[in-house]
Design a protein around this ligand. Structure first.
Ligand code: FE2
Ligand code: FE2
Length: 135
């Protein structure tokens, strides 16, 4: 069962970013399933690792688009990305060491990021990026 379903209300009006956000939802759903099914720490660690890798790729590409558009809010946006990566890195290290994470805490963190970051932070670049011909 998908816990988080992407819908148009999450659209940031930049196709590449919407695509990547959808993929992030999928990875988080896989992680939620792994934790809910009581999968071993190995499966959970792998899933967190996938999330980390994909998040870093997405952030890098999203930042490159903002840079291309001379987006003035790039620096604070980058800082938020950096903080989130550090949090996922900490979760990954914990999972790799076989420490069971509090799954509710983990899913809350990820959901908060998805909802708050995409809805409040990413969406701010829609207009300026579209105006720069990035859509
Ligand atoms: Fe972002
Ligand atoms: Fe994003």
């Amino acid at each position: 069962m998908a816990l988080f379903t992407w819908n148009d209300s999450y659209s940031v009006k930049v196709a590449m970013c919407d695509q990547q956000h959808k993929k992030l939802f999928e990875i988080i759903n896989e992680l939620a399933n792994a934790m809910r099914m009581g999968q071993g720490q190995e499966v959970v660690a792998k899933s967190v690792g996938d999330l980390l890798t994909y998040t870093q790729t997405h952030f890098r590409q999203e930042e490159a688009l903002m840079k291309k558009a001379n987006y003035p809010q790039l620096a604070p946006h980058q800082e938020m990305h950096r903080k989130f990566v550090a949090e996922v890195e900490a979760l990954h290290n914990q999972a790799k060491q076989g420490k069971a994470a509090n799954s509710i805490q983990v899913l809350n963190l990820l959901r908060d990021w998805l909802v708050n970051h995409i809805m409040k932070v990413d969406k701010q670049y829609s207009e300026p990026l579209n105006a720069a011909g990035i859509c």
